[in-house]
Write a protein that binds this ligand. Structure first.
Ligand SMILES: NC(=O)c1ccc[n+]([C@@H]2O[C@H](COP(=O)([O-])OP(=O)(O)OC[C@H]3O[C@@H](n4cnc5c(N)ncnc54)[C@H](OP(=O)(O)O)[C@@H]3O)[C@@H](O)[C@H]2O)c1
Length: 284
């Protein structure tokens, strides 16, 4: 059985989903919406080529899924791009695609929940490409089902991957941004970070944590001309863990998320777009 969450735009599969999903927040479905694909198409984008020339972006989980689309979009706008992940094959193939398109690329195998890997990732990315001016904390995983059926190990793995990683990578990148008095930290959160639903326990906890951490970091860093923002997508057509098959007409594409990231990275210097909610136009 496939269960669709109208609030978050997520689709889930599994027996536990036969229980009706209840949303804790009662806000109207239109609240806070930015309908990106009504503004213009998200494949070509409107940001001018070269808008990010001279900038260096680090995209965690840039080897596949949403991260790959973000890396490609930032590269197309002229940024040099560093990508990481744990799977060597997808890292190499994505790096080759980016290079073939004319971009400067650094790729590195790194577990973003491991502080030694993260320190090495940031040091080597900056020595290869220059100081990081755009950090996209995208790497993440999903794990769904009732909390009482989950193990301590599952909790630790998911929270470390989705939350600790953001702390570790940001902490490694921020001193350079402060020194240069410039930076964008864009955290890929989720509409699950704004809502609650049955079976979402650990994943929602991780994305609510991303929201809280991002908001506080934004206040810590705005005096240094560093913007910290979140992009909160609903269901996106990727191989995201624990997901059932999706109706492609009712989900976002990875390019839609990349478009929102590019919009944040190319906004005017006086502007601070702090949170983007991204939903498929069609309701599940
Ligand atoms: N798909 C959706 O519907 C959706 C909706 C809202 C938000 N999001 C968020 O969007 C982000 C990307 O999701 P996705 O849909 O692109 O999922 P995905 O296709 O499963 O990709 C996940 C990415 O994260 C990387 N990753 C996972 N754990 C890692 C670790 N410990 N160290 C380094 N890299 C790691 C993966 O690379 P390796 O496997 O090679 O490590 C991969 O590049 C996540 O934060 C997710 O929560 C997704």
């Amino acid at each position: 059985m496939i269960f669709d969450c109208r609030k978050c735009g997520f689709s889930f599969a599994g027996t536990w989903l036969q229980t009706k999903m209840r949303m804790a927040q009662k806000a109207g479905p239109e609240e806070g919406r930015i309908r990106m694909n009504r503004i213009h198409g998200t494949d070509g984008g409107k940001q001018p080529a070269g808008a990010l020339a001279g900038q260096v972006a680090l995209v965690t989980g840039g080897n596949r899924g949403i991260g790959k689309a973000i890396a490609a979009r930032l590269a197309a706008l002229g940024a040099a791009v560093a990508i990481c992940g744990r799977d060597l094959n997808t890292l190499k193939s994505t790096a080759n695609e980016l290079k073939a398109a004319g971009s400067r690329v650094h790729w590195q195998r790194a577990d973003v929940a491991n502080s030694a890997d993260v320190a090495s990732l940031v040091t080597q990315s900056e020595s290869s490409l220059g100081g990081i001016s755009i950090l996209v904390n995208n790497a993440g995983m999903g794990l769904f089902g009732p909390v009482h059926e989950k193990t301590e190990q599952e909790w630790d793995t998911l929270i470390n991957t989705n939350v600790k990683s953001l702390f570790l990578v940001s902490r490694a990148v921020i001193p350079g941004m402060i020194q240069r008095q410039r930076g964008d930290i864009i955290n890929i959160s989720s509409l699950a970070g704004k809502n609650t639903f049955a079976g979402g326990g650990i994943y929602c906890a991780s994305k609510w944590a991303v929201q809280g951490l991002s908001g506080c970091m934004a206040e810590d860093l705005r005096a240094y001309n560093i913007r910290v923002s979140t992009v909160c997508p609903g269901s996106v057509a990727t191989e995201f863990s624990g997901r059932g098959p999706k109706d492609p007409s009712k989900v976002l594409t990875a390019q839609d998320v990349a478009h929102a990231v590019a919009m944040i990275a190319t906004q005017g210097p006086q502007s601070f777009l702090s949170e983007v909610h991204l939903r498929p136009v069609a309701k599940p």
